[in-house]
Design a protein around this ligand. Structure first.
Ligand SMILES: [Zn+2]
Length: 261
C-alpha cells in the first residue's frame, strides 16, 4: 500500500486514520478491498477432436458419429478462464507503465522547454519548483483510479479456442450498466445472451489471431501465460492457461508459430 507519510508529511500517529491524500488512498484501498472479497476460479481445458464431416466435437480421436479416425489436424483446445481484471498481472503492469511513461514524457518536455528559456536554471526548476512531488502524486492518483476502474469491471470469463488455423479469444462479462461503463462498451440489451444457467452474459471483447500472422511467442509456464506477438515486438494476445494443461497448449503454439530467425 501507499505510505502517505512521505507524501503529505503526516506523522505515522496511531489513530490518525484520515489522510489528506484521500483522493489517492481511497481508490487504492477500495480496489484492494474488492480484490480481497473475491476469489479467482479457473475453467477446465478440453482437448477435443472436431469432425468436419459431422460438425461435432469428440473426446477421442475417433468420431462418435461416423466412426472415422480423426487426424492430429482435427485436434482443438478449448478452455475458459474466470478471473477478476484486478487479478490480471498483464493489466496491472500496463496500469503502472502507462502513467509512468506519460509523466516521464511530460517531465522531459517541460525540462527541455525550461532549458531553452532559462538555460542552466532548468535544473533548479526541477528540484525546487515542487514539480516532482506533484508528479508523484499524479502518478499514484492515476494508478488508484485505474485500480478502481478494474475493480468495478466485474468478473470476466475468457473463452479460448485453439485450432489448426488460429486462436480465438472471447471475453464475456455479466452485464450491468456499471460493468459496461467501466469497460467503455455500450450497455446494449439486445446483445445480452443467456448462458446455460439462464444468467445474462455479454460478449465484451473478441480477438482472433491466425497462426500465420503471429511472428513470435513467449512462454511463461510459471505464470500460466503465453504471449503471442504480431509483429515481432507488439503483443497481440495474452493467453491464460490452467497450469495442468499448460504443456499441451504450449506444444500446440510451438508447433504452429514458425519463428523467423
Ligand atoms: Zn464424423
Amino acid at each position: 500500500m501507499i505510505d502517505c507519510v512521505h507524501m503529505c508529511g503526516i506523522p505515522r500517529a496511531v489513530g490518525r486514520a484520515l489522510c489528506k491524500q484521500w483522493p489517492i488512498c481511497l481508490p487504492v484501498l477500495a480496489a484492494f478491498a474488492i480484490l480481497c472479497l473475491q476469489h479467482r476460479e479457473r475453467g477446465l481445458r478440453l482437448l477435443i477432436y472436431y469432425c468436419a464431416k459431422c460438425q461435432r466435437q469428440n473426446m477421442r480421436n475417433v468420431c462418435d458419429s461416423c466412426g472415422k479416425g480423426l487426424p492430429g489436424t482435427a485436434a482443438r483446445y478449448i478452455w475458459s478462464d474466470y478471473r477478476q481484471p484486478l487479478a490480471d498481472t498483464v493489466k496491472l503492469g500496463a496500469l503502472v507503465r502507462l502513467p509512468l511513461m506519460a509523466l516521464a514524457l511530460l517531465i522531459t518536455v517541460m525540462f527541455v522547454m525550461e532549458y531553452i528559456m532559462t538555460g542552466a536554471q532548468a535544473v533548479t526548476f526541477l528540484t525546487n519548483s515542487g514539480i516532482l512531488p506533484a508528479m508523484v502524486q499524479t502518478f499514484f492518483s492515476a494508478v488508484g483510479v485505474g485500480l478502481l476502474i478494474l475493480a468495478l469491471q466485474g468478473k470476466e470469463n475468457v473463452q479460448y479456442a485453439m485450432d489448426p488455423k488460429g486462436v480465438l479469444k472471447r471475453t464475456w462479462i455479466t452485464p450491468t450498466r456499471l460493468n459496461c461503463l467501466m469497460r467503455g462498451i455500450r450497455y446494449d440489451k439486445r446483445a445480452i445472451q443467456q448462458n446455460a444457467d439462464g444468467l445474462p452474459f455479454l460478449m465484451a471483447h473478441e480477438e482472433y489471431l491466425v497462426w500465420q500472422d503471429a511472428r513470435r511467442y513467449v512462454l511463461r509456464p510459471r505464470a500460466g501465460r503465453i504471449k503471442l506477438y504480431r509483429p515481432y515486438a507488439f503483443v497481440f494476445m495474452t493467453l491464460h492457461i490452467p497450469r495442468e494443461e499448460y504443456d499441451g497448449a504450449a506444444a500446440m503454439v510451438a508447433g504452429k508459430i514458425k519463428v523467423k530467425k
